[in-house]
Design a protein around this ligand. Structure first.
Ligand code: HMG
Ligand code: MG
Length: 327
């Protein structure tokens, strides 16, 4: 066994192991959408609006607030019109919403959204299960949706799911990921968010995928990472992505989340865990961790469950030791 493991060239390979990490990153908060879409307990609209307001008050500048999808498919997002119409839009904050087709785009437009996000997988089966379309049909649909959104003056983000593996097909070929990335870029999507939808990715795989993206000419300045922490590898994966200079990280407050059409997919990486790690590494996020964890604690109560965020657990333990009441 041992003779198959090559000896390390040096125990300390470079002077600064984290030299590639940018000085600051933008957190793209998906809690109100990805976070809540799979919750058993549907949060009332008023609580969602409070949640978004709190997230913005904690310093987050980009928040995905809802999805204009069919409520029969995702009942937790049925109040998309009310959420998007009533939400406050402070200056300097970019709010976004998921749209799967022209009907969704029309809803988002009526509600006053200035940014929307289209979404599809690099896996044929996941696309059929999640958006009821083949990969080719999804690309054709989005060609029209993105073009129309741009002509309405909106910004469009593009999600690619199952980049690290598919719950139905298992391995997903890098070439297919690259094909969908290039197709979305050609449509005019300003940022690609690469999703580890079921949280199977590991650091070496992140390196493999990001090297592949670079080789194929995808500009990493416009790429975000979207990790679900199903197997506890999300922060390690983010650390590798930082070495490629990735400047946008998707995360959900409390570690809420999961895709209903990705069996076994649990929460997104928690925003407070990401922020804690980044601040500790000297990477700025502009987020006030105390305010953020207070929202997370409140959501745990409202959703009547223990949220997966590690930072939240540590915070609650600390408060309990001091005899403090939380929120
Ligand atoms: P469909 O059934 O194929 O749609 O669904 P259709 O065009 O055949 O229409 C059927 C009915 O749906 C019609 O109503 C339409 O009006 C209605 P009826 O005449 O029967 O009463 N309909 C809509 N209603 C509301 N809003 C709309 C809409 N469009 C059609 N936009 C559709 C196709 C895409 C709509 C459906 O499959 C759907 O809503 N899917 C949503 C799936 C979803 O939201 N999944 C979770 C998000 S993805 C994710 O979490 C991954 C991500 O986080 C990244 C990662 O983790 O990797 C982004
Ligand atoms: Mg997701």
């Amino acid at each position: 066994m041992n003779d198959r493991i090559p000896a390390p060239a040096s125990r300390v390979p470079v002077d600064d192991l984290f030299a590639g990490a940018p000085p600051s990153v933008s957190i793209y908060e998906v809690g109100p959408r990805d976070g809540l879409q799979n919750e058993k307990q549907i949060l009332p609209t008023e609580r969602k609006l409070e949640m978004v307001e709190g997230l913005i008050d904690s310093g987050l500048k980009r928040v995905e607030i809802t999805s204009f999808v069919n409520p029969r498919w995702i009942p937790a997002m049925a109040d998309h019109m009310e959420v998007a119409s009533r939400v406050k839009r402070p200056q300097g904050v970019q709010l976004s919403a998921l749209v799967p087709n022209m009907r969704g785009l029309d809803g988002a437009t009526r509600a006053g959204m200035e940014e929307v996000a289209v979404f599809m997988a690099a896996s044929e089966t996941h696309n059929r299960k999640n958006i009821n379309k083949s990969t080719e049909d999804a690309l054709r649909t989005y060609q029209g949706v993105v073009g129309e959104a741009l002509s309405r003056g909106m910004k469009v983000r593009g999600y690619i799911s199952c980049v690290y593996g598919c719950p139905y097909e298992g391995t997903v070929e890098l070439d297919e990921v690259l094909r969908v990335c290039h197709a979305m870029r050609q449509m005019g999507v300003y940022e690609l968010s690469l999703g580890d939808t079921i949280g199977v990715g590991t650091p070496r795989q992140v390196e493999y995928i990001f090297r592949g993206l670079m080789r194929s000419g995808i500009d990493l300045d416009n790429v975000a990472v979207h990790f679900h922490d199903t197997r506890g590898t999300a922060l390690a994966n983010i650390t590798v992505a930082l070495q490629f200079g990735i400047g946008t990280i998707d995360s959900a407050v409390g570690g809420l989340g999961g895709c209903p059409y990705a069996p076994g997919a649990s929460g997104n990486v928690s925003t407070e865990d990401v922020v804690y790690m980044l601040h500790g590494m000297g990477v700025d996020t502009g987020v006030d961790l105390d305010k953020l964890v207070a929202i997370s604690a409140r959501l745990g109560g409202q959703l009547a469950r223990e949220l997966p965020s590690k930072y939240l657990k540590a915070h609650l333990g600390h408060c309990a030791r001091l005899g403090q009441t939380v929120y």
